[in-house]
Design a protein around this ligand. Structure first.
Ligand SMILES: O=P(O)(O)O[C@@H]1[C@@H](OP(=O)(O)O)[C@H](OP(=O)(O)O)[C@H](O)[C@H](OP(=O)(O)O)[C@H]1OP(=O)(O)O
Ligand SMILES: Nc1ncnc2c1ncn2[C@@H]1O[C@H](COP(=O)(O)OP(=O)(O)OP(=O)(O)O)[C@@H](O)[C@H]1O
Length: 400
């Protein structure tokens, strides 16, 4: 199948987008699924501007990549729908109307063409103990596991706790990764040459085979590699030091350890997530934000342009945080709490990328983030309602 004269390959999809690799290029096209409403060019452009001008600079501190809006001819969309029908997972077929506008974005699953490429996708979720749950020492993610079991979204709870991953403590981070591998849910996937080779449907024993087939001698070493990258600044070369494969049990409470270095990738992501905490202190007026629209996005972008705010500049970032209204900051935080981190790696030397030296082998890598589109203010209302539900469930569990 070709699109705009180029061959394409299906990579994956979520609720809102279908992601296609354009073969022999370093980019993907994210097809927008229309949910009963025709996607408006202004809304899509605003969303792309939000990713480029707000989220990418806030998460990385620099313009790591840009998204772009493209238009697809109607006949190509018809061809695409027919082609995708047999490829897409059945449960996703309910959304099969595609916008003529699409998003061109860098391919984050591949870092070097014509060679073996791997990519670990993590959806780390909220990495701190939010104010509402401090008194019970349970984080949002761990509490939501009970709700997911009740609502039959998952069969069994995971022992993964985002506070372990964001702890900056090597042993806790390893526990987080092991628990993600054991029960990946929608929080961990492994790609090999853009094909998902490990996810929630996989058998855990397969993971070891996949990991030890090429680069790593053990899953423990692989976990050390991922931890080293998450604790690094994303640009420096590293030498891997293997740490012991300790099996430590998760305690039945969640706790923060503030051991992340300020220049690490995880620290920066956590800092954006925690922006919501200033907002939590001023209770939300639900009636004022029932709106589902994204009108706040162009207003925010226009104000940034008028004030010459460039979020790649640290002084500007501080000014932005001090002057942006708390609702907009809470929405930025919501995006950072729900995004996916893509860690792609390959053995092919690439002088534009940092590497991790493992024994005598250099593994080149890149850390990127996807799903940085703006969220509707309804997200904040949903969060408040979910928090209440979670506290009720917890209360019931304590009394049972
Ligand atoms: O807040 P949560 O934890 O319910 O996050 C939702 C995610 O649930 P999960 O990661 O499975 O717990 C949820 O993920 P799934 O669809 O369950 O895979 C979505 O990412 C949702 O975002 P949106 O409202 O579709 O933009 C997410 O909703 P918001 O980010 O809008 O809150
Ligand atoms: N730029 C990219 N390069 C390679 N793969 C990608 C890229 N962006 C997304 N993906 C893959 O496609 C999946 C769906 O992507 P995306 O986040 O665009 O969908 P979505 O519908 O917005 O997701 P959600 O349901 O979380 O809102 C991701 O989980 C990831 O596996």
């Amino acid at each position: 199948m070709s699109l705009l004269g180029k061959r394409i390959k299906y990579i994956n999809e979520g609720n809102a987008h279908i992601v296609l690799h354009v073969i022999d290029t370093d980019y993907v096209i994210r097809i927008i699924k229309e949910n009963g409403v025709t996607a408006n060019i202004n809304t899509i452009s605003n969303s792309v501007n939000y990713v480029n001008l707000v989220m990418v600079p806030l998460v990385f501190g620099f313009n790591k990549y840009r998204h772009e809006v493209i238009e697809l001819p109607p006949e190509e969309i018809v061809k695409l729908s027919i082609y995708l029908k047999d490829i897409r997972p059945k449960h996703r077929l309910v959304k099969s109307v595609f916008s003529k506008y699409a998003i061109k974005a860098p391919n984050l699953a591949i870092i070097s063409s014509n060679s073996e490429n791997y990519c670990l996708e993590l959806k780390p979720k909220e990495g701190f103990l939010s104010e509402s749950f401090k008194k019970i020492s349970k984080c949002y993610y761990c509490l939501k596991q009970h709700l997911k079991v009740d609502e039959k979204q998952i069969i069994c709870k995971t022992d993964y706790c985002p506070l372990d991953l964001f702890s900056g403590d090597h042993i806790r981070m390893k526990r987080a990764l092991i628990n993600l591998i054991k029960n990946p849910q929608n929080n961990l996937k492994l790609f090999q040459n853009e094909n998902i080779v490990y996810d929630e449907k996989s058998n855990m024993e397969d993971f070891e085979d996949l990991i030890t087939k090429n680069i790593f001698s053990s899953v423990n070493k692989f976990n050390d590699f991922i931890i080293a990258i998450l604790l690094n600044d994303g640009i420096s070369n590293l030498i891997l030091k293997e740490s012991p494969d300790l099996k430590i049990v998760k305690p039945n409470y969640c706790y923060e350890s503030k051991n992340l270095n300020a220049n690490s990738f995880l620290y920066k992501l956590l800092a954006i997530q925690m922006v919501s905490e200033t907002f939590e202190s001023q209770p939300l007026n639900l009636n004022t934000i029932e709106s589902e629209d994204l009108e706040y996005v162009p207003i925010l972008i226009t104000s940034m342009k008028e004030n010459n705010i460039d979020l790649t500049n640290e002084i500007h970032r501080k000014k932005f945080m001090d002057t942006t209204n708390s609702k907009d900051l809470a929405l930025i935080s919501a995006v950072a709490k729900d995004c996916s981190v893509m860690i792609s790696y390959s053995l092919t030397p690439n002088d534009k990328l940092p590497f991790v030296k493992i024994d005598n082998t250099d593994v080149y890598y890149s850390v990127s983030v996807t799903d940085l589109e703006p969220k509707s203010p309804k997200t904040l209302v949903k969060r408040q309602k979910t928090e209440r539900k979670l506290l009720e469930i917890y209360e019931k569990l304590l009394n049972s």
